[in-house]
Design a protein around this ligand. Structure first.
Ligand SMILES: [Zn+2]
Ligand SMILES: [Zn+2]
Ligand SMILES: [Zn+2]
Length: 170
């Protein structure tokens, strides 16, 4: 079986997003089974909702969506589901915008590093293992113990840049 993990992530460009959702859900089911943890209906639905696009979703947006679908959407239920998904590495929390996004490579433990487009609000998870190593080196030099190292880099994606150029010249 070839793994999707080796392919570049596809936020910021035209792609079949259903493929992202299918592959994320299949990976989640597989990992939970392997680890002997339960992907309950609410956990699964929260993960699907987070994956509905590459725009990270806040807990309150999720609460609203689940309430519409008739789930028991009491905040503690959803926070527990989000905590579970985060703990299993299936989603990342983006602290700067207080929102959650699906992880593209949940089988391998890693810190989340993201490009966030300020225009379309999509997040692209990037592979920065070399950056992570140099951060760990500097932390070691200073005797600093890193608790959390999610990195969120804001900017403008190529699609939005070309849209803005067309608007400026049109
Ligand atoms: Zn996608
Ligand atoms: Zn990830
Ligand atoms: Zn954009």
């Amino acid at each position: 079986m070839t793994s999707d993990a080796t392919q570049p992530t596809t936020a910021f460009c035209q792609h079949d997003h259903n493929h992202c959702i299918d592959s994320a859900m299949a990976q989640a089911r597989h990992l939970c089974q392997q680890r002997g943890v339960r992907l309950t209906p609410i956990r699964q639905r929260v993960l699907e909702l987070v994956w509905q696009s590459h725009q990270p979703l806040g807990a309150y947006t999720l609460l609203g969506l689940l309430a519409e679908e008739g789930f028991n959407s009491a905040p503690p239920t959803i926070y527990r589901a989000l905590e579970f998904l985060q703990h299993e590495g299936l989603i990342h929390k983006l602290a700067s915008i207080n929102a959650f996004t699906g992880c593209c490579n949940p089988g391998t433990p890693h810190e989340g590093h993201f490009f966030l487009c300020l225009s379309c609000h999509q997040a692209l998870e990037i592979d920065t293992s070399t950056l992570q190593h140099s951060l760990q080196n500097s932390a070691g030099k200073h005797g600093f113990s890193i608790a959390q190292q999610t990195i969120e880099i804001t900017g403008c994606c190529a699609q939005c840049q070309s849209k803005q150029n067309t608007e400026n010249h049109g």
